[in-house]
Design a protein around this ligand. Structure first.
Ligand code: NAI
Ligand code: MG
Length: 350
């Protein structure tokens, strides 16, 4: 029996509603595949920020450093500024645990209403740099509140940070039948860091002659995501570009509610973290109608990472079966089902 100790952080809003469905499905698949999960529930959230004065305890990272993985819902609530909730919980986990790859699959499932006419085959991966780039603390403001007010924000691209995420993307592309990697750039407008990114992409490509490469500026790349999504296999981007693409990708395939993500430390020196792409959705929180598929699919990615790809595949197969049933879909996919109803349906399909 393979046993795993998982840190569970439901977080805020619909995070607390979709997490029980993720756990329900993981416990179901675990029973079938001889896996045992020990769930360590943590209340780290905006609620905790108000009641205890911090998004997580001061020694929070040490408490989960030795867990096998982190399973997260969504973090953020209108009573706490978003930069506080993000920078005091998610970003410290991603950075201190060297989760420098943010991996997001984009897939069009049968049954999910999709804004694209023609419904071409869509099945690709986005690899986002998750530790540096545009999301840096370097910068500041001068002369606040005056006519001379100014703000400066620095981008940080290191060779180590750039190469390691590119290497991961090339390896992923190499493992797929199409062996095709696309790089998101903007080296015409951002004239220092993006030419550097392009140079490293080209240099890394020399070690992967079997992988076909291309690159697009981020503006036209977003257009291609909408107009020609079937042309992509693996797409790699900086922190900001990857963030934008990985919301657009799922939107193109119908709803952000089904999209999962993994924050991976490929060296496995630290636990990796698995979470839906969506946030806490204050507009629908408390109604029991949030789509739990993003949380459930993130659980499948966790199983892949823990070395149980068969169990992960079983979950994705169950999701496929359920999504073609209009009576089982939540309102964001045009149905009337509840969060718990859809989660139970996936568990039953398993
Ligand atoms: P959001 O993803 O929470 O919501 C955007 C829209 O999508 C809303 O209309 C919402 O109802 C809908 N939606 C999202 N997930 C859904 C689901 N599972 N089922 C059905 N509909 C769904 O993004 P928003 O509104 O920009 O952010 C809300 C809060 O969440 C903010 O505090 C933000 O900082 C936080 N956030 C947290 C993230 C995380 O924990 N990784 C990621 C994105 C936002
Ligand atoms: Mg985002």
């Amino acid at each position: 029996m393979a046993k795993y100790r998982i840190a569970v952080i439901p977080g805020d809003g619909i995070g607390k509603e979709v997490m029980p469905e993720g756990i329900r499905v993981l416990d179901t698949v675990a029973a079938r595949f001889g896996i045992e999960f020990e769930w360590d529930h943590l209340d780290w959230s905006c609620d905790r920020y108000h009641s205890a004065g911090g998004m997580m305890p001061a020694d929070g990272l040490d408490r989960i450093r030795n867990h096998d993985a982190i399973y997260l819902g969504a973090v953020g609530w209108p009573t706490v500024p978003d930069h506080v909730s993000l920078w005091e919980l998610l970003i410290p986990i991603r950075r201190n645990f060297q989760q420098y790859v943010n991996l997001r699959p984009v897939r069009l499932f049968d049954g999910v209403p999709c804004p694209l006419a023609g419904r071409p085959e869509i099945d690709f991966w986005i690899v986002r740099e998750n530790n540096e780039g545009e999301y840096s603390e370097i910068g500041g403001r001068l002369y606040p509140g005056t006519d001379a007010e100014m703000a400066v924000q620095e981008n940080v691209f290191t060779r180590r940070g750039t190469d390691r995420v590119l290497r991961y993307a090339f390896e992923l592309a190499r493992s797929r039948p199409e062996k095709h990697l696309t790089s998101a750039t903007k080296s015409n407008g951002i004239i220092h860091t993006m030419p550097f990114w392009d140079e490293r992409f080209k240099a890394m490509g020399e070690a992967y002659p079997d992988v076909r490469t291309d690159q697009y500026h981020i503006d036209i790349l977003t257009a291609h995501f909408v107009r020609n999504p079937s042309r992509f296999d693996v797409v790699v981007g900086s922190n900001l570009f990857g963030d934008i693409l990985s919301d657009l990708g799922p939107a193109v395939t119908g709803t952000i509610g089904i999209a999962p993500s993994a924050n991976i430390n490929p060296e496995r020196d630290f636990p990796s973290m698995f979470e839906p792409v969506h946030g806490s959705a204050p507009d629908i929180a408390g109604k029991g109608i949030a789509n739990p598929i993003g949380q459930i699919w993130s659980g499948a990615m966790m199983l892949d990472h823990l070395g149980h790809p068969d169990a992960g595949k079983a979950i994705v197969g169950a999701i496929e079966k359920v999504l073609v049933r209009p009576d089982l879909l939540t309102p964001d996919m045009g149905g009337k089902a509840t969060t718990a109803g859809l989660g139970q349906a996936v568990a039953d399909a398993l």
